[in-house]
Write a protein of this length. Sequence first.
Length: 398
Amino acid sequence: MKEEEKLLETYQKVMVPNYLPADFIPKSAKGSRVWDSNDNEYIDLGGGIAVNSLGHANDELIEVLSAQSKKLWHLSNFIASEEAIKLGEKLTDNTFADRVFFCNSGSEANEAAIKIVRKFHSSINQDKTEIISFNNSFHGRSILNITLGGSEGSGKEFSPLVEGIKHATFNDINSVKDLISERTAAIIIEPIQGETGIVEANKEFLKEIKNLCDSNSISLIFDEVQSGVGRTGHLYAYMKYEIEPDILTTAKGLGGGFPIGATLVSDNLAQTLQPGTHGSTFGGNHLACAVANKVLDIINCPDFLSEVKIKENIIKTRLEEISSKYSLFSEIRSSGLWFGCDLVKEKSSFEFLDIAYGEGLILVPAGSDKIRLAPALNIENEDILEGLEKIEKVASKF
Ligand SMILES: *Cc1c(COP(=O)(O)O)cnc(C)c1O
């Protein structure tokens, strides 16, 4: 039996069966290309679900990671880290935020955000504990975050869920107004929904939410775990809307593949997290922060970000051609290098993915009826074109 088959057989035995992995095991990758143990080559248009923002095995990231790995990995947050301080300065200098809390994932970043707003109001003796979130949003897989997500019926099997969370309808301001009360502490929203298939909030809708927050002392939390760090052609998606939140959560692309998350906060809210109130063992560790510093240095440049939009247009034009030739997608939505494509056929997106793997192409789904593209932001045009040719092949077989 081949090594790959053996490994996959072991996977079936030892892993909790919560994932259904592809039938190959990658051995190495560079840029937007991946190779498996049988030397098959794949073009990666999935980008590790918007995580590999600078592609695989990026030379500059390897350099900072290996340099840092020889100096210092971990000491705990009882001792400050130079890399974390520099990253905190970069994130606050370049966004609305005054302060930052580091953690390891998007879920943890949201957890901190909710703790901050609840504690803020309790510290000034206000009975404001309710959080408004949105139906069909995605905020992570912890008990708090599945409660926030609020997809139809979701989470019931894990109940009791977190109390005090209500769900409005995305892009429907009246549904938000209906839920607001004196007890509303925060509204948490993805300005552009990722898992739902790149669905953008209308600018007017977000503006009205911002106004409602301002006039009712409600904190506005933007979950930019997926939309952040250059994905949309802006450092953060809120910049395109010209609406500032009070708190922003970021993770996925921030470490370019190295796990890191952060909660960005305005100063008045941040003050509520005094020593001992919140923490993370690994959050802000030297390795993650060293890499994220480099990721931000590379991405947060006007030339780099405008290149993202140029590549978006190349992909979108070609996707539309393929789609009309094969009646493949009923709608293609995009924001920067981030695409949500609704399949016309009533066949699962996972079937599409399997055919794609066979053609040497990695994509990611968005639910069972949408295909998502979230390639490296620095993907080479050659890889884009080859990847799109492969999509056409997949379309002809789907
Ligand atoms: C992925 C994601 C999360 C959860 O991040 P994890 O790192 O998996 O915990 C939260 N919010 C959004 C918008 C995401 O896309």
